[in-house]
Design a protein around this ligand. Structure first.
Ligand code: PHE
Length: 339
């Protein structure tokens, strides 16, 4: 019987070695190890053995089973690698072929307008900066002159990861990150996602986009801020675009303003689109607060600067006459294919 077991082992290993196919492998497993297989057939004869012989043969039979099982696993791995290599041969990329061109006019409306805004600012000598969406409380609030108990934090409730780490509520923390690293002259814009814990409706979304702007140098004044924004709006909306600055308060700018653009539907006389105002609010802005400058190691006695934060969705909605912000996030192709 011992010899019969050794023969099965030799025959199985031999057959497995030349097996190149998963189905065939399974057939071999059944042939040797299955309930009606060769090994079982031999074991059935064990009843005729003496009590002394039985444990020894049992041991050998177990070893043969293990050896065959291991050989099946090893061969199965070999077959898998072989098949993978074969399929990869068919997937080789010819890097000399021309790339697929971007289909014309198939950008998301947010990207169409963002690209325009970037081009306008690059043309004025601005650089494009980036910052993290998961931000420290320090950058999002404290360094911007909003200490932990400041009431203005209430209007920017957000999603907290820990007590000190949150999803940024504005792109303004990038101002601080840039000023920490780079000394004036500074001229950057920073587009990016921001988050607030707002319920979704036609004009609110817990996720939206802002474009921050920051200029710091010697002798920068509010006139530079107004001129820059006026040029931006004329480029975006045409030469007849007019802006208006209203006094406002932001803890990190002084003085601060909200900036409105004249309603292009009624040209200032008041209509449904602008809710009778004649103007539409587009952004917040102001002169960088001296405290923020010194928080970042810039001497407010020597340098001054302006900053602004534009809401990208608002600009896009105005541009295309979109009245429900949700359309920008739902990825409905019937909507997106119109751009
Ligand atoms: N971060 C402000 C907001 O989200 C906008 C702003 C940016 C105001 C820069 C002033 C200067 O409301």
């Amino acid at each position: 019987m011992k010899q019969a077991l050794e023969n099965i082992k030799a025959s199985a290993l031999n057959a497995l070695e030349s097996c190149q196919d998963v189905k065939e492998l399974e057939a071999l497993r059944v042939k040797y190890l299955g309930k009606k297989g060769d090994l079982t057939a031999i074991l059935k004869q064990m009843g005729g053995l003496s009590a002394d012989e039985r444990p020894l043969i049992g041991q050998i039979a177990n070893n043969v089973r293990t050896a065959i099982e291991n050989a099946i696993t090893a061969q199965s791995d070999k077959i898998k690698v072989f098949m993978l290599e074969k399929s990869l041969q068919n997937e080789q990329i010819d890097v000399t072929l021309p790339g697929k061109s971007q289909p014309v006019g198939k950008l998301h409306p947010l990207n169409i307008v963002l690209n325009e805004v970037k081009d306008i600012f690059l043309g004025m000598g601005f650089d494009i900066a980036e910052g993290p969406e998961v931000e420290f409380d320090y950058y999002n609030f404290e360094a911007l002159n909003l200490p932990p108990d400041h009431p203005a934090r209430d209007t920017q409730d957000t999603f907290y990861i820990t007590e000190n780490i949150l999803l940024r509520t504005q792109t303004s923390p990038v101002q601080v990150r840039v000023m920490e690293k780079q000394k004036p002259p500074i001229r950057i814009i920073c587009p990016g996602r921001v988050f607030r814990s707002d319920a979704v409706d036609a004009t609110h979304s817990p996720l939206f986009h802002q474009i921050e702007g920051l200029v710091v140098d010697k002798g920068i004044t509010m006139a530079d801020l107004k001129g820059t924004l006026e040029l931006l709006m004329k480029r975006l909306y045409g030469d007849e675009a007019k802006i208006r600055l209203r006094p406002h308060h932001f803890p990190f700018t002084e003085p601060s303003a909200e900036v409105d653009v004249m309603c292009f539907n009624c040209h200032g006389s008041g209509c449904k689109v602008c809710k009778g105002e004649g103007y539409i609010e587009l952004l917040g802005a102001g002169m960088v607060h001296p405290k923020v400058l010194s928080n970042c190691g810039i001497d407010p006695e020597v340098y001054s600067g302006f900053a602004f934060g534009l809401g990208l969705e608002r600009i896009v909605m105005r541009r295309y006459g979109i009245t429900d912000m949700r359309l920008l996030f739902e990825n409905d192709l019937r909507f997106l294919n119109q751009f």
